[in-house]
Design a protein around this ligand. Structure first.
Ligand code: NAD
Length: 459
């Protein structure tokens, strides 16, 4: 790994010559690297969990579920399937191509850059890396410097387990990443905020480098009808306060009818007490905010809200702690509705009908995830039909992203492109259109050569 200064040119050059040598092309090479990555996780699980605890006080259970096991499951899935993903895909032919071989060949893009964010600092770099390795690329990883302990572990372990000719970790923050981006990459895969995404796009435009953007936004949770309110509150609270709300797919705000809000509040209060006790600060199952800067941003939002805090609101800077907090009577133009909250604060807003809920959602940027809680399947399908979002899940939150068969990514301002499972392999592959033609049927070709006689036009 490189503690950064000079832009990483040597690293990129090293990886590029490895790529050009063709070493990453054989299936066996890719399989060996994926197997080594699996060993890296399994051999060092304790060290990884400690780092995640240091960065975010991630409870062991959450760290295993959402980081370690996510990576292991993705590895299993990729290793069982990538050989078939590599095979040529034959397409249907017409009369003029009947004797040709016509197929789509997946080929690796080359040297790709993966830039990660701090909230799931392990899986946000390793999951895309699995797709990139399976597709035969060389990879530069740039983990987030904000989650410094995990950044350390990734930088220490990757060169120990994977080919140093083909994979490298480059470290640093904004300035170092900008310097790194001066290099030519064949693809940039960025996870992070919409603001930084704009500079990534600018840098990528110099070399016309294709980009995948995994961004965030405000994910709504629309609750409508006679739902089982206890279950709804528990599922919502888990999805929202997992990782202390620092999930790109966390429900950002709740939209519901006033009656539902009144029923939801006591149920949410009860769920939060069940999960985190009446003294959440002492509860080991609640993560902390990643940095004092983010902690301050969240408290400023809370200070500006015109809504009423009905659950939580307590905080402690030294501990980077914010209690699971619920805010009601939040107007649409409230500070809490201006940007993605990305922390343990849940505003509840009310609407008077399904149509109003749909209008509300459609007035905003397309979200990364949209959740609908309802026991009426017609409500679920109406919202599904009349809105757009990166992902959609009814009657639960965040869990849809654990299934590798589903593409994970945003739409519009919540992101471009997707990954997980085959979708990651596709993101890091070029689909090359191939027609292998011989020398037969030359007389038939005469039909398309000049002179373009009237006869040929009417044929
Ligand atoms: P961050 O601060 O860790 O930044 C992300 C990466 O960008 C880091 O590696 C950082 O070093 C780099 N960076 C920062 N400033 C830069 C600059 N000016 N130029 C180049 N690189 C720069 O993370 P963040 O941006 O605070 O991440 C939080 C956001 O990420 C939220 O909006 C969240 O929703 C989103 N997110 C999305 C997903 C997803 O999969 N869609 C997952 C996690 C987080």
């Amino acid at each position: 790994c490189l503690r950064f200064g000079g832009g990483g040119d040597q690293v990129v050059d090293r990886l590029r010559s490895a790529f050009r040598s063709g070493v990453t092309m054989p299936e066996q090479f890719r399989r060996t690297q994926l197997t080594n990555l699996m060993s890296m996780i399994k051999d060092n699980e304790e060290q990884i969990l400690n780092a995640l605890y240091k960065d975010l006080a991630k409870p062991k259970f959450e760290a295993i579920l959402s980081e370690v096991d996510m990576v292991i499951n993705e590895l299993h899935y990729a290793m069982s399937n990538f050989k078939s993903w590599m095979q040529p895909e034959y397409v249907s032919k017409n009369l003029a191509t009947k004797v040709d071989d016509c197929f789509v060949q997946r080929e690796p893009l080359g040297v790709v850059l993966i830039i990660g964010a701090w909230n799931y600092p392990l899986q946000l770099v390793l999951l895309p890396m699995i797709g990139a390795i399976a597709a035969g690329n060389c990879v530069v990883l740039k983990p987030s410097e904000v989650s410094a302990a995990t950044d350390n572990v990734v930088a220490e372990l990757v060169p120990k387990y994977l080919s140093q000719d083909c994979y490298a970790v480059v470290r640093g923050g904004a300035e170092e990443t900008k310097a790194l981006l001066k290099n030519r990459f064949d693809h940039i895969f960025y996870t992070g905020s919409q603001t930084v995404a704009r500079s990534i796009l600018q840098a990528a435009s110099i070399n016309l480098t294709p980009v995948t953007l995994e961004l965030g936004g405000k994910c709504p949770c629309f609750i409508y009808g006679q739902v089982n309110i206890t279950a709804a509150a528990r599922r919502l609270a888990w999805a929202k306060f997992f990782n202390a709300g620092q999930s790109c797919v966390a429900p950002d705000y709740v939209l519901c009818l006033p009656d539902t809000r009144d029923a939801l509040l006591p149920a949410l209060r009860k769920a939060l007490e069940d999960f985190y006790t009446t003294e959440p600060q002492t509860c080991p199952d609640l993560s902390r905010i990643v940095s004092v800067r983010h902690w301050t941003r969240l408290l400023e939002l809370l200070g500006k809200t015109k809504g009423k805090v009905v659950v939580g609101g307590e905080s402690n800077q030294e501990d980077k702690y914010i209690a699971p907090t619920v805010v009601v009577d939040v107007p649409e133009d409230d500070a809490l509705m201006e940007e993605e909250i990305f922390g343990p604060i849940l505003p509840i807003l009310t609407v008077d009908s399904v149509e109003q809920g749909i209008d509300f959602i459609n007035r905003k940027e397309k979200p990364l995830a949209l959740y609908v809680f309802s026991d009426e399947s017609s409500v679920v399908s109406t919202v599904l039909e009349k809105t757009s979002s990166g992902g959609f899940c009814s009657n639960d939150g965040i869990v849809y992203m654990t299934l590798p068969g589903l593409p994970f990514g945003g739409v519009g301002a919540s992101g471009w492109g997707s990954y997980h499972g085959r979708w990651g392999f596709e993101t890091f592959s070029h689909r090359r259109a191939c027609m292998l033609r011989g020398w037969a049927l030359e007389r038939l070709n005469g039909l398309r050569y000049p002179p373009y006689t009237e006869n040929k036009l009417s044929w």
